[in-house]
Ligand binder design. Structure first.
Ligand SMILES: NC(=O)c1ccc[n+]([C@@H]2O[C@H](COP(=O)([O-])OP(=O)(O)OC[C@H]3O[C@@H](n4cnc5c(N)ncnc54)[C@H](OP(=O)(O)O)[C@@H]3O)[C@@H](O)[C@H]2O)c1
Length: 311
C-alpha cells in the first residue's frame, strides 16, 4: 500500500486488514449479530430509520501516512459494517480523517445504505461551499446524507447555503453541532427559529446537562439528536476501571461498561444515535453490541445514572 493507501488493490488491502483484526470481527457474545436486528430509531423530519449506534472519527481516523494504523482502521470500519453500522460522522476539522474515510471506503465493501455525515467548519459562503465540495471528493460520495454546521461556526451564512443545497437535492438533511455543553443558549434559540433536521451535542451518563432544555426542545420540535462524546472522550472508563457491572445490567443486555454508557445515551427519547469513536476493532465490536436487544426504560435509566454517580 502506498502512503495514502491508493496503490493497494482491494484484495491485498483486505489481507492486511484481516491480519490486523485476527480475522475475527463478529460479536463474540451469544447473540449472532448477523442474524439479530440492530435497533433503529426514526428521523422525525422524514420517518427514515437509522441504527442507534454510528461511528465518530475525531482523532481516531486522523491517520494518513501511518500504514499500520490505516490497516487497523480498515478492520475497525469492516467490523462496523459487519455489525450493521451505517452512520459515519466526520469533519474537515479532524485532520486527515475525511481522506482516510475515503480511502477505506474505496478499499472495503461499503453498504449501499451508508449514511455519510460531515460538517462545514469555516467562515464565509464561498469558503463553506468549497470546503463541502472538497469533503465530498475526499469521501468519494455522490452527496452527503447529512451536512452539519460545526460548532455553530458562521451559522447564519452556512445555514442559508445548506437550505439551498437541500432544496437542490445535494444533501438530504441539514444539522448543527456543539460539544462540551458550549453555546447551549444560542443553540436553543436557533433550534426554536430555524428548520433543522439534526442537532449534534455532547451527552453522556456523567454529563446530563442537555436533559434540561436541549433534549426536550429537540423532541418538541421534531429534531433528531446525535450524541457525540458518549464516553466523554473515554474518561468514563477511568471511573469504572476495576469495577464490575451491576448484575442487573444483564436485564438490558449489557455485557460491558461501554454498552452500559451507550444504551444510556441512545435510550433518551430525543436521541436518534450515538457516534462513539474508536481505533480498536474489539472496542468497535463491543460498541456495536449496544445496538442490539432492548433499550432501558425511564426507570432503568434512572437506576443506571444513580449507580454510576455513586461509583
Ligand atoms: N462539535 C462537534 O461536532 C463534535 C465534538 C466532539 C465530538 N464529535 C464527534 O463525536 C465523536 C465521538 O466523540 P469523541 O471521539 O470525542 O469521544 P468518545 O466517543 O466519547 O470517546 C472516544 C474514546 O473512547 C475510547 N473507546 C471507544 N470505545 C471504547 C470501548 N468500547 N471501551 C473502552 N474505550 C473505548 C476510544 O479509545 P480507543 O481508540 O482506544 O477505542 C477513545 O479514546 C467524534 O469522533 C466526532 O465524530 C463532534
Amino acid at each position: 500500500m502506498s502512503e495514502e493507501g491508493q496503490g493497494c488493490d482491494r484484495r491485498s488491502f483486505l489481507k492486511i486488514v484481516a491480519a490486523v483484526a485476527g480475522g475475527c470481527w463478529l460479536w463474540p457474545g451469544s447473540l449472532n449479530a448477523a442474524a439479530a436486528q440492530l435497533i433503529e430509531k426514526t428521523i422525525p423530519s422524514t420517518g427514515e430509520m437509522i441504527p442507534v449506534i454510528g461511528m465518530g472519527t475525531s482523532r481516531t481516523f486522523d491517520a494518513l501516512g501511518d500504514q499500520q494504523m490505516m490497516a487497523s482502521l480498515g478492520a475497525v470500519l469492516e467490523a462496523f459494517f459487519q455489525h450493521g453500522g451505517r452512520f459515519i460522522d466526520s469533519s474537515p476539522m479532524y485532520g486527515s480523517s475525511e481522506q482516510v474515510i475515503g480511502i477505506l471506503l474505496k478499499s472495503l465493501t461499503r453498504p449501499d445504505s451508508l449514511f455519510a455525515a460531515t460538517k462545514v467548519w469555516t467562515y464565509g459562503e464561498e469558503s463553506g461551499k468549497k470546503q463541502m465540495e472538497r469533503s465530498r471528493q475526499l469521501w468519494g460520495v455522490d452527496h452527503f446524507d447529512l451536512m452539519q454546521i460545526h460548532n455553530l461556526r458562521d451559522w447564519r451564512i452556512q445555514l442559508e447555503t445548506l437550505k439551498e443545497m437541500k432544496a437542490q437535492g445535494r444533501i438530504r438533511y441539514l444539522g448543527i453541532t456543539t460539544s462540551h455543553g458550549r453555546s447551549h443558549s444560542e443553540l436553543e434559540s436557533l433550534l426554536e427559529r430555524h428548520p433543522v433536521d439534526f442537532v449534534q451535542l455532547s451527552y453522556n451518563i456523567e454529563n446530563r446537562v442537555a436533559e434540561r432544555a436541549l433534549l426536550p426542545l429537540a423532541l418538541e420540535r421534531g429534531i433528531a439528536v446525535i450524541v457525540n462524546r458518549p464516553f466523554a472522550r473515554g474518561s468514563l472508563f477511568r471511573k469504572t476501571k476495576g469495577k464490575p457491572l451491576p448484575a442487573w445490567a444483564q436485564e438490558i443486555g449489557c455485557s460491558s461498561w461501554g454498552q452500559f454508557f451507550l444504551k444510556y445515551a441512545v435510550s433518551h427519547p430525543a436521541v436518534i444515535c450515538a457516534i462513539p469513536a474508536t481505533s480498536k476493532t474489539h472496542h468497535m465490536v463491543d460498541n456495536m453490541g449496544a445496538g442490539y436487544g432492548v433499550l432501558p426504560d425511564s426507570a432503568m435509566r434512572e437506576r443506571m445514572a444513580a449507580h454510576f454517580s455513586a461509583l
